[in-house]
Design a protein. Structure first.
Length: 140
């Protein structure tokens, strides 16, 4: 059963999905919505995943560098509850510190223009979040 990785922003939701063996994360899409319209984002996510069998979500939790939780982390925790209520699936919060920087670095090394990087950063970050979670399970 597949896992779905999510990177939540105030106007975008990056989406990635694992293969059926839960070994490799692959970018899927970015959902764009008006500022903090998370209900719309969930509706769009439901439409995207309606034919996909998956077990759980891995949602990025944006911690501060000292490990504390700020405003955006609180938003992610509220979104977690919305996902659980909408999909009746487990949602794992996963530390996403530096994933956007890693995603940007990967795209720079691939010689993507700044404009293209801006449109792809969210689903690349979601892919990194999900891959990090998958890799951690291999070590257990």
């Amino acid at each position: 059963m597949r896992y779905v990785g999510l990177d939540l922003g105030s106007k975008t939701l990056g989406v990635a999905i694992s293969d059926t063996s839960n070994t490799i994360a692959t970018k899927l899409t970015t959902i764009t919505f008006t500022n903090n319209d998370f209900e719309y984002a969930i509706k769009q996510l439901f439409d995207i995943l309606k034919t996909t069998e998956f077990e759980l979500f891995v949602l990025g939790l944006p911690k501060n560098m000292d490990g504390s939780l700020g405003f955006q982390a609180q938003t992610s925790m509220q979104f977690k509850t919305m996902l659980e209520n909408s999909f009746n699936k487990q949602v794992i919060l996963w530390d996403e510190r530096l994933t956007s920087k890693m995603a940007d670095s990967l795209m720079i090394s691939a010689n993507l223009s700044r404009k293209k990087r801006k449109t792809k950063i969210d689903f690349v970050a979601a892919t990194i979040i999900l891959q990090s979670y998958l890799d951690s399970r291999k070590r257990d």
